[in-house]
Design a binder for this molecule. Structure first.
Ligand code: SF4
Length: 502
């Protein structure tokens, strides 16, 4: 990767395109235009996105430990000129540099790590919390290599430092074992040759007086969920063709051809059986019910039945020994035991407390209340079975009873995935959040915590953050209500299915 210019570039009138804006510009010209001309329209990241950023920062801090003597070039410096000035001074020291900022040809780049190597050259290292190299990481590095080379640095090689999925924590996290280094110099070098013209294109978009008209498409979520999705997608009716079950490219083709509503899909369009059900119910407004299939599903439930749901947390840097990066750790369960259809169920629950590994207590409590007979009804068995499997591996002393539990599991998601029941208001979703309201009239809307991702974040926030005890107890109550509703909701759903098949 050669030296493209011998001196650092002076500031010019036009705005700089940072790495994140460059990636936005590659994703969508409209997003880029809005970012420069109407940035108030871009919403702040929500709690889930913020949690992803936070994970990235933690992983980044761990990676820096691999570069002792490294310099934080401009931590807490917000002034653009100062960042450039400090970076220029820092390169002279020939030490590893964290986030040095350089500009070239309208691009502004700040690599995670710039590492000095022999011959006065530098390696660029981008740290990622994912477990593999993604295409977007290569583009990201190509942009940085273009700017750094152009700004006068001799860039030797480019690396993605990502998390090793096979790492297992034993004691303090060892960054040498936690990360994998992928040399992507060759492919990045090829990509960086196109950056100059891509940047020029972007500046011509930014300068447009009018926002470019871009139709929505698969690019709205690739490689990132676009922050303008709510705005651009607002014209779609609730029953749009984008709700086609596993519709993929077919959805976009239909939309391009001007078919917006499910009910308007022409007869000659090739649909799967489930998609054809969607088209039919969108037209009639009435649910599709296969009573025979539902009755045969209900017959499989053996009483006393246990309605079970887990909540889990995961993190890039494993929180406890024995865990791999991003591995799911159960911290809560709710279990309703019902002796016969229609009778009141007994409720059992577990919610971990403190900062220790929740799994041993979780397992003891679950073993004590799950019984040894009757069906275990869950919603999306793949998830619960996967968690149980990992628990049996990690705690072999519990493997015996866990193995006995597995054949008892029945997946309540299955009849909805099979479209044995499908209501138009499910809008293409078989999740419990879509099914519960249409079958029972109840919903999660009154609950403070309304879905699993939020439950994980709230658990982490109040158990690993520094919060007043009253706040902690309040959130624990909300978690109990949320998880409890998932299992009680399954009983309500089964009751509703029985009424349909009686
Ligand atoms: S939602 Fe889609 S069309 Fe709209 S700005 Fe984002 S990527 Fe572009």
């Amino acid at each position: 990767m050669g030296r493209a210019a011998s001196s650092f570039t002076a500031m010019s009138e036009r705005p700089y395109v940072s790495k994140s804006k460059f990636l936005w510009g590659q994703q969508c010209r409209k997003l880029l235009w809005v970012a420069y001309n109407a940035k108030d329209r871009i919403p702040e990241p929500d709690a889930a996105q913020q949690a992803i950023f936070d994970q990235g920062h933690e992983v980044g801090a761990l990676a820096k430990q691999l570069f002792p003597g490294g310099i934080e070039v401009s931590a807490d410096v917000t002034d653009f000129e100062q960042v450039l000035q400090k970076s220029l001074e820092a390169v002279k020291l020939r030490k590893p540099l964290f986030e040095p900022g350089f500009v070239y040809n309208g691009g502004f780049a700040r690599a995670d790590i710039l590492n000095p190597v022999s011959g006065g050259a530098w390696d660029i290292i981008e740290v990622k919390s994912s477990t593999e190299v993604k295409d977007v990481n290569l583009l990201d590095l190509a942009f940085q290599a273009f700017v750094y080379s152009g700004a006068g640095l001799n860039v030797r090689r480019c690396f993605v430092m990502h998390v090793d999925r096979n790492y297992v924590r034993r004691g303090a996290v060892d960054p040498k074992k936690f990360f994998k280094l992928a040399d992507v110099t060759k492919v990045v070098s090829g990509l960086s040759r196109k950056i100059e013209s891509q940047l020029e294109d972007m500046f011509s978009v930014i300068r447009l007086k009018q926002e470019p008209e871009i139709k929505i498409g698969p690019h709205c979520s690739d490689p990132y969920d676009c922050p303008l999705t709510d705005e651009c997608w607002a014209f779609l009716p609730p029953d749009s063709v984008l709700n086609l079950y596993y519709g993929g490219k077919k959805c976009w083709r239909l939309l391009q051809e001007g078919v917006v509503n499910l009910k308007d899909i022409p007869d000659e369009v090739d649909l799967t059986d489930r998609q054809a059900i969607q088209r039919k119910v969108a037209g009639t407004g009435q649910p599709h019910i296969d009573r025979k299939a539902l009755a045969s599903f209900l017959k499989r439930i053996r009483y006393t039945a246990s309605f079970l749901d887990f909540e889990t947390i995961n993190a890039a840097i494993p929180l406890f020994d024995g865990l791999s990066p991003w591995q799911q750790v159960p911290f809560q369960f709710s279990l309703h035991r019902q002796a016969a259809p229609g009778v009141e169920a007994e409720h059992h629950a577990f919610l971990a407390d403190g900062r220790g590994d929740p799994r041993p207590k979780f397992l003891h409590r679950l073993r004590d209340c799950i019984g040894d007979k009757g069906s275990i009804v869950v919603y999306n068995a793949k998830f619960e079975a996967g968690v149980l499997h990992a628990l049996a591996d990690a705690f072999p002393e519990h493997a015996f009873w866990i193995e006995a539990v597995k054949p008892r599991i029945i997946d309540l998601l299955q009849p909805f995935q099979a479209f044995d029941y499908y209501h138009p208001a499910q809008h293409g979703s078989a999740s419990i959040k879509a099914v519960l309201p249409v079958l029972t009239g109840r919903s999660y809307a009154d609950l403070e915590i309304q879905e699993g991702g939020q439950a994980s974040l709230e658990f982490l926030r109040v158990h690993f953050g520094d919060l007043p005890e009253a706040e902690r107890q309040k959130v624990r109550g909300q978690l109990e209500r949320y998880c409890g509703q998932d299992t009680e909701g399954m009983i309500w759903i089964v009751d509703a299915l029985r009424r349909l098949t009686d």
